[in-house]
Design a protein around this ligand. Sequence first.
Ligand code: HEM
Length: 143
Amino acid sequence: MGEDDKVICNDDSPVKYLTLEDVKCHNSCTSTWLVIHDKVYDVTKFLDEHPGGEEVLFEQAGGDATESFEDVGHSSDAREMLTQYCIAELDPADRKKENSKDVLITTSSSHSSWWTNWLIPALAAAVVGLMYRFYLVETKTSS
Ligand code: HEM
């Protein structure tokens, strides 16, 4: 809270971490921070310039705006602009929640498809085998 010394997020700078709690406090027009892809952005000076309007930024102020940012389908120019407003990285402890949810979804879906992956081809092979047998019997009886 109250960290005013800015750090630009590139490889040469020391990394500064902020928690979601820290970001929450900056949700006014005098100080507007938001999180996009685990990085913290101070968009206070960008409010007037944002082509999408300041209201949408206010709505996301003090929280994680990753989904809204991606939903709009921002251009690569917009993504490059992000770097100039980056003040810190999100504390790794606050990132885990999002990542662990992803892992859960992946594991459960891959587990459920494991047996269907071989069961469907096996059934198809059995049907083809039966049809072939039937065809052989048919040709024998007709000749
Ligand atoms: C620092 C963060 C952001 C930057 C640098 C940024 C930058 C830009 C830029 C350059 C555009 C013009 C279109 C483009 O080039 O894609 C734009 C449009 C827009 N942005 Fe953002 N944006 C930011 C965050 C957000 C967030 C969090 C939202 C939340 C909903 C948002 C919503 C929009 C909307 C609705 C438009 C208008 C799209 C349209 O007219 O087609 N932006 N933004």
